[in-house]
Ligand binder design. Structure first.
Ligand SMILES: [Zn+2]
Length: 560
């Protein structure tokens, strides 16, 4: 036998079996002809991806009794609930979050390492979605100069476009530009976001188009945004909101010009001192106008009207603004979710009507969760606190001066990462790894810091579990910093009012993941699932190629 014949023989056997398999699949069942593709994939007319900005998993359970049957409960009762779903990387913030949901991987692979970060190549701070090579469309400001160019892999939305020869449409919508631009991927037909201030319009970038379509101009001209310039009162009697803290407490922030963080929040009188239309973003009305616009997009973009699958990516951003201002235990957060439940129900009803009740597949998740206000936790005797970065820098500079004779070693601190000046280290003839380790050891002495890892450790080890693995999934060799800091559980670097996020701790990683609709089983699981599993699950359902950086796995229990 020729030495090269064996592989050929194996290939022949493989091909033979494969052919046999396909023939077997084509055999009609019970005399009826079954399309071969039915064995391989489900083809909803529309996939709807919903990301709720800063939604913790326990909002589902905490506010459950206040939800109606046709909002969140419809997804939980008739869909699949992954109760133990987590971000598996840090930093847990909006840009990386949306990117990871749609790319099926983490910042180590997709490159979106923060909302903003220090770019080592250009020696400047960059924003995850900004792109000066494009123009704003729909505003004279720079708010439209965006593109997904910093995301270096494809999204599930890209793969659907490629699979359908660009016939399936992708439309992405969010108040925040990054909440629309990143989910839309590189091939979106359109991404739209909201510009507040004195304008109050949905806008886009010349990356997608040169002019807004008529339906968007009509929507902008319709005064829908103007109509939300009204007092924010609670949807239900505030005395029935037993699942949140007192309305007036010291853990909440204020709008400019307010004296107490209490209902009603009078938008008309606060309007001019709080960025005019921008104030809508920090109220549930920001979610309502997002739902209004998404519903208008179903008709405007003619989504889900033929058998070629389209994709609508919607992100509700106001939940994050409200959480940052009032904290996760506030009456304001409770009312925001009670109202979001109503906005979701409106969106689902519109989908039923426009696309058809069992003709779409939907998932709902978040881009990160959030911590309870540490000042409140402290008052309940739970270990928590605040770290002052100003103090940290002062102490660190004293150390560097003493140890190396210069404070020029540090280029930047962002997203709990320290970037060193490699040129200065080279010029001083020092080993980068040694400097990283010395500074890491120093930082570990500081109050509020719990763990420290160096880039050298990230390069040399493969962490399988726990905090180091979460950091490693967020560590991008080309873009991330030299030293990675983790604060003590319960400690944040933030003002003493409101909640924030960004850490690898479980309060920032645990978020809802609900699937619903065509091809989805009813059920739930407490087995751990992770954010990068979403894109391959949807890809497997659709029978399309996975996004090209995928590291997650399809959640097989979810699929019929
Ligand atoms: Zn946030």
């Amino acid at each position: 036998m020729h030495k090269n014949s064996l592989p050929l023989l194996l290939l022949a056997i493989f091909l033979t079996y494969n052919t046999y398999d396909l023939v077997a699949q084509k055999k009609p069942k019970n005399g009826t002809k079954v399309e071969n593709s039915d064995y391989l994939r489900v083809s909803p007319k529309l996939v709807v991806g919903i990301v709720v900005d800063q939604m913790r998993y326990d909002y589902l359970t905490r506010f459950w009794t206040h939800f109606e049957d046709d909002g969140f409960k419809r997804l939980v009762n008739d869909g699949f609930n992954c109760k133990n779903n987590h971000f598996n990387y840090a930093p847990t913030s909006t840009g990386p979050g949306h990117t990871s949901v749609y790319t099926g991987t983490t910042p180590a692979t997709h490159g979106i390492i923060g909302n903003n970060w220090y770019d080592k190549e250009t020696d400047q701070e960059v924003y995850c979605a900004s792109d000066d090579t494009y123009n704003s469309v729909g505003t004279t400001t720079d708010a439209g100069k965006m593109s997904p160019h910093r995301m270096i892999v494809t999204t599930v939305t890209d793969q659907l476009r490629l699979h359908t020869q660009m016939r399936g449409k992708t439309i992405a919508i969010a108040l925040k530009d990054r909440g629309a631009v990143l989910p839309g991927g590189h091939t979106a037909n359109a991404a739209y976001w909201f510009y507040g201030m004195g304008e109050g319009n949905w806008i886009t970038s010349s990356f997608y188009m040169e002019n807004l379509p008529k339906w968007v101009n009509d929507f902008n001209a319709s005064n829908t945004a103007e109509n939300y310039k009204k007092p924010w009162t609670t949807l239900k009697d505030i005395n029935t909101y037993l699942e949140s803290g007192l309305d007036n407490n010291k853990y909440e922030g204020l709008f400019t010009g307010q004296t107490a963080p209490t209902f009603p929040h009078d938008l008309p009188s606060l309007w001019n001192s709080n960025g005019k239309f921008d104030i809508i973003k920090a109220t549930p009305y920001g979610n309502s106008i997002t739902a209004d616009f998404a519903i208008a997009a179903l008709d405007g973009e003619d989504l889900g009207s033929d058998p070629i699958t389209d994709f609508l990516a919607v992100s509700f951003s106001s939940t994050d603004y409200v959480g940052h201002k009032y904290g996760v235990n506030s009456k304001e957060i409770q009312d925001t979710y009670v109202r979001l439940d109503r906005d979701l129900a409106r969106l689902f009803k519109a989908l039923d009507k426009k696309v058809g009740e069992n003709e779409y597949t939907l998932f709902l998740t978040a881009d990160h969760a959030a911590i309870n206000v540490p000042a409140y936790l402290k008052d309940q005797k739970i270990p928590a606190g605040y770290m002052e970065t100003g103090n940290l820098m002062k102490k660190l500079k004293e150390f560097l001066k003493y140890k190396y004779g210069t404070t020029d070693l540090i280029k930047n601190i962002s997203n709990y990462q320290l970037f060193l000046d490699h040129d200065v280290i080279n010029n001083l003839d020092m080993e980068l790894g040694d400097v990283q380790e010395e500074i890491a050891k120093e930082l570990l002495n500081y109050k509020g810091i719990d763990r420290v890892y160096t880039a050298k450790q990230m390069w040399q080890n493969e962490y399988k579990e726990g905090i180091p693995s979460i950091l490693q999934n967020g560590y991008n060799q080309k873009r991330s910093g030299d030293i990675l800091m983790v604060l003590k559980p319960g400690t944040i670097s933030y003002p003493v009012t409101g909640s924030t996020h960004g850490s690898p701790q479980i309060y920032d990683t645990h978020v809802p993941l609900l699937f619903y609709g065509k091809g989805i089983r009813k059920g739930s699981t407490t087995v751990r699932t992770e954010i990068p599993d979403i894109a391959p699950t949807i890809s497997a359902l659709l029978g399309i190629a996975f996004p090209n950086g995928t590291t997650g796995n399809p959640i097989s229990k979810v699929l019929q």
